[in-house]
Design a protein around this ligand. Structure first.
Ligand code: FAD
Ligand code: NAD
Length: 475
């Protein structure tokens, strides 16, 4: 007999597993179907984020930063360490352990919340009173039915036509997170978030890193002031060799190296790398999902079309996360998962896409929320700006991490905060105060009047708020 559910969630990434847990918490009989298998061929919950994305990349970023500190920064603290050496296998094992703990944790959360977990590929096969979903796993298949369906199938790396990824010599994010040894020369195609984060990891561990970017501008989505300073730091102090405006030609992978033909500033070049990482964006994943059988539409770029509350055109079918419009970020996926579960349960779920924070985990980190200065100019919005450098922050000095600044942009007339842009230590943590402030419709003066602990990095946000009214206390 077909198992019948109130809700079927397809995909157990940060969008899907959160949607399933919230739906079950709200009393809905919920199944979550996921097909992801880890390298050892075992089912592994958590999607891209936990298996081959956010979590493993942050583990390696931390390990590589510690290695670099031990090599180059401990000395200034008067700590002498001799014979610092690198054990890549141990570093990867630590990362894998963290991933394993988190992915198995999702299974426990499913049990605790009474979510039925099914491993296999989910395909919508028909509708009516409820929808049918065929779940196939190897040679076997089973069909379940559900009144509501949440599509949370995420994204996959965008491919460059004719460039085969084997995750040995030419890697996408999966291979880049598992290189068994430090490549002498690492090539990266794409100076986006993955290119910069993975480039930073392997640069710190000793690779010579060259990043080839198609666009003539660096980090175009970030505030121009931030991307300009980040460019200076990444190319000068960090030592990433980033080439903008590149046209990639033939890529040939050999047994020992990979050659990349590219054109840069009018000159054709062939570069030889030991490993190549391709990180040119991600595309929505709707492969074999059977959207057409239930009338769900995808747009020209393959994203499932949804309205502001993540409803598709098919009744009771929702889509969330990387497979729909908006930033491809784990926290955005999860919040959409919560909102959709609440909508299904008859509540009013909603996500404000205007206030999704962005973080790039380089050193220094980059984080922002809201609009950039160039967007405000383009939109013709009159604004005031306050910018405070970390070099004047006592805490940043104590940390020895003084690069960067906090910039706050506020409406000239109402003083309401329109954007906050941070380049500096723990920007990923500092940005939350700005998100909370903006969600509550705060003004720069509100932040300026709130007591911030001393000495803390958050004082830089306080000072940037004071700076909007040109009344810095420490500058
Ligand atoms: P996914 O996590 O992609 O999950 C989708 C799941 O659905 C997968 O398990 C997939 O196998 C499964 N699936 C697909 N189709 C089917 C089907 N038909 N049947 C059954 N199962 C199916 N974001 C951040 O916010 N912070 C970060 O620091 C960050 N770092 C990242 C680092 C890297 C290297 C990468 C690649 C991404 C990173 N991201 C980060 C982005 C983040 O991983 C994604 O935004 C997030 O995982 C999207 O969640 P999702 O649930 O929409 O989809
Ligand atoms: P991205 O969109 O951040 O960057 C891709 C870069 O590749 C762009 O700069 C683009 O211009 C460039 N590019 C595209 N085609 C090219 C070509 N043919 N030759 C050279 N350059 C080319 O994408 P990504 O780095 O692959 O990451 C994918 C997504 O994953 C991100 O957009 C983000 O949503 C998510 N992610 C987030 C984090 C985080 O939150 N810290 C970390 C990693 C990934």
């Amino acid at each position: 007999m077909t198992k019948a559910f109130d809700v079927a969630v397809i995909g157990a990434g940060p969008g899907g597993y959160v949607a399933a847990i919230r739906a079950a918490q709200l009393g809905l009989n919920t199944v979550c179907i996921d097909e992801f298998k880890s390298e050892d061929g075992k089912a592994s919950l958590g999607g891209t984020c936990l298996n081959v994305g956010c979590i493993p990349s942050k583990a390696l970023l931390e390990s590589s930063e510690n290695y670099e500190r031990a090599l180059h920064k401990f000395g200034e603290h008067g700590i002498r360490v001799k014979d610092v050496s690198l054990d890549v296998a141990a570093m990867l094992a630590r990362k894998d352990k963290i991933v394993q703990q988190f992915t198995s944790g999702i299974g426990l959360l499913f049990k605790k919340n009474k979510v039925t977990s099914m491993h296999g590929h989910g395909r919508l096969t028909g509708g009516g009173e409820s929808y049918q979903i065929e779940v196939s796993n190897g040679g076997t298949s089973e069909t379940v039915s559900a009144k509501h369906v949440v599509i949370a199938t995420g994204s996959v790396p965008r491919q460059i036509p004719g460039l085969a990824v084997d995750n040995v010599r030419v890697c996408d994010n999966t291979g880049a997170l598992s290189l068994k040894e430090v490549p002498g020369r690492l090539g990266v195609i794409g100076a986006g978030v993955i290119g910069l984060e993975m480039g930073s990891v392997w640069k710190r561990l000793g690779s010579e890193v060259t990043i080839l970017e198609a666009l003539p501008v660096f980090l175009g989505a970030a505030d121009e002031g931030v991307s300009k300073e980040a460019w200076r730091i990444f190319t000068k102090s960090v030592g990433l060799d980033i080439k903008l405006g590149c046209k990639i030609g033939a890529v040939k992978a050999g047994k020992k190296s990979v050659s990349v033909q590219y054109e840069h500033e009018g000159t054709a070049t062939v570069a030889e790398f030991d490993r190549l990482v391709v990180a040119v964006g991600r595309v929505p994943n709707t492969r074999g999902l059977g959207l057409e059988t239930v009338g769900v539409k995808a747009d020209a770029r393959g994203f499932v079309e949804v309205d502001e509350r993540n409803r598709t055109v098919a009744p009771n079918i929702y889509a969330i996360g990387d497979v729909v419009r908006g930033p491809m970020l784990a926290h955005k996926s999860s919040e959409e998962g919560v909102a959709v579960a609440e909508t299904i349960a008859g509540q009013h779920g909603h996500v404000n896409l205007e206030h999704i924070p962005w973080v790039i985990y380089t050193a220094p980190e980059i984080a922002w929320v809201g609009r950039t200065e160039q967007q405000l100019k383009a939109d013709g919005v009159a604004y005031r700006s306050g910018q405070f450098p970390f070099i004047v922050s006592g805490r940043a000095r104590a940390l020895g991490e003084t690069a960067g600044f906090v910039k706050m942009l506020a409406d000239e007339r109402t003083d309401r905060i329109l954007g906050v842009h941070i380049l500096g230590p723990f920007a990923s943590e500092l940005i939350s105060e700005a998100v909370v402030a903006m969600e509550f419709g705060a003004t720069a003066e509100d932040i300026a009047r709130i007591v911030h602990a001393h000495p803390s990095l958050s004082e830089a946000l306080h000072e940037a708020a004071l700076g909007v009214d040109k009344r810095f206390l420490s500058l």
